[in-house]
Design a protein around this ligand. Structure first.
Ligand code: NAP
Length: 415
């Protein structure tokens, strides 16, 4: 087989041979905006790896909301934020989920070999950080970065550069695109639901899941079910609600039937406040209707943020937890503190997951308890479209992936 300096998309280099250049989707600052235009294919040099890193030939890449933000250049310009990095380059290669094959390993890497089939989680941190060295959760390290968003060289390219600990065994039953689809949203949901002691989901716990048919929500419903909890999904349409029920939700609420969303009115504005309260109470009753009993959610799985937080805090059970990992609708979260302190509720931030939580989620997938919920597989040249659909909330339920090195969908092994 010839050894070339650049291979076409879908044309696999010989095992372990790393070409000089690769095709990659790049975002540059002068084209920040709609994802359909912000992502463009260019040729770049394959990055070199450090002793604790590996180079993975990407078979498929998962699509996540973070690279919608990267394309928009908002709320963070990810390229500018890396300006002081020693290996700074003036472009962003996104992609925080991948399945692929190890092509090169750094000199200090143990437990991984060229040819291993892996899925990649997106948590990176410096092994020299005092927090990491102390044995604390590396998610609390100031060096923590999301690979393929905050850190460069993500999976929207033929080769991805990752730290060795990010690699986990690919579930053998899954094809490449399904294997690429679940880790970011699944591990994030796993930490939210299992990672905050006192409030890990217990059998019989009710969990309210916002955006139940979305990437995070579809994972949250299945993780709740696997732990013996009872998921109640919130969605914007009956088709999405039925999808959630198939995943194991007890039932769903259509949020379009309510109108009290948005920032909490000031408590002194009695007219507006009582209208809001009426809406929040009606929403709480809708949860009871799904359950068939007057039981409040012990956990509320939050990510819409500004539009929904006042209601989430209100409906959460006494002693329960609202756990949040995003503010898709906005960042100003209004809380009526009376419900928070008198009912002793917890409002907990959560962000991605550590190695153990990613491995636990991967085991649930390997065991068939969590399905990746792959909804649509895009060709490599449709990758900007996949993000544009997500930006416009016109994407299908579950998680999406794009083929990179895999020459066609449905393959579970090396072609
Ligand atoms: P997604 O697949 O688009 O799902 C989000 C869901 O939110 C949608 O399906 C939509 O469902 C619902 N939604 C949209 N507008 C809403 C509103 N105004 N009120 C209530 N629900 C609304 O996205 P995702 O992958 O689940 O990610 C969701 C957010 O979490 C994004 O902002 C993403 O960046 C963030 N995230 C953060 C982390 C982390 O580690 N911190 C990890 C993963 C994702 P309906 O229209 O059916 O209600």
């Amino acid at each position: 087989m010839s050894h070339k300096a650049l291979y076409d998309i879908g044309e696999m280099p010989p095992p372990g041979y790393v070409p000089k250049s690769m095709h990659a989707y790049l975002i540059r600052q002068d084209r920040f905006g709609d994802p359909i235009k912000a992502f463009q294919v260019e040729q770049v040099e394959v990055p070199s790896i450090k002793p604790d890193e590996v180079l993975v030939y990407v078979m498929a890449a998962g699509i996540n909301y973070n690279n919608v933000w990267a394309a928009l250049g908002s709320p963070v310009d990810v390229i500018k934020s890396r300006q002081r990095d020693p290996d700074y380059v003036p472009f962003h290669i996104g992609g925080s989920d991948a399945s692929g094959i190890v092509y090169a390993v750094g000199s200090e890497v143990k437990g991984l070999r060229v040819g291993d089939q892996v899925v990649i989680h997106c948590g990176m941190w410096s092994p020299d950080c005092p927090v990491v060295r102390s044995g604390a959760d590396p998610m609390f390290s100031p060096t923590f970065r999301i690979w393929g968003y905050e850190a460069n060289w993500g999976s929207f390219a033929q080769f991805a550069k990752v730290q060795a600990h990010q690699c986990l065994p690919k579930p053998p039953q899954l094809n490449w695109e399904a294997a690429a689809a679940y880790m970011l949203s699944g591990a994030t949901a796993y930490r939210m639901l299992q990672g905050w002691p006192e409030h890990a989901v217990r059998p019989g716990d009710v969990v309210l899941v916002w955006g139940g048919a979305g990437g995070l929500g579809s994972m949250a419903i299945q993780i709740t079910k696997a732990a013996g909890g009872i998921a109640v999904a919130v969605v914007s349409g009956d088709d999405k609600g039925e999808y959630c029920q198939k995943l194991g939700a007890k039932g769903y609420i259509n949020r379009r039937k309510f109108a009290h969303w948005g920032m909490l009115p000031h408590w002194k504005d009695t007219g507006a406040y009582s209208r809001w309260l009426e809406g929040a109470r009606a929403f709480g009753k809708a949860i009871w209707d799904v359950l068939g009993e007057r039981k409040n959610p012990r956990l509320v799985f939050e990510h819409p943020g500004e539009d929904t937080i006042p209601t989430s805090i209100f409906v959460c059970d006494t002693g329960g937890m609202v756990v949040i990992c995003a503010g898709t609708t906005g960042y100003t979260a209004g809380v009526d503190l009376r419900y928070l302190w008198m009912r002793q509720k917890r409002f907990q931030g959560s962000h991605f997951a550590n190695d153990e939580q990613c491995a636990a989620l991967n085991q649930l997938v390997i065991a068939g308890k969590v399905d990746p919920c792959l909804s649509r597989t895009f060709a490599f040249d449709e990758l900007p479209l996949s993000h544009q659909l997500m930006h416009e909330n016109r994407h299908p339920p579950g998680n999406m992936a794009a083929l990179v090195g895999a020459p066609r969908p449905g393959l579970t092994d090396v072609p």
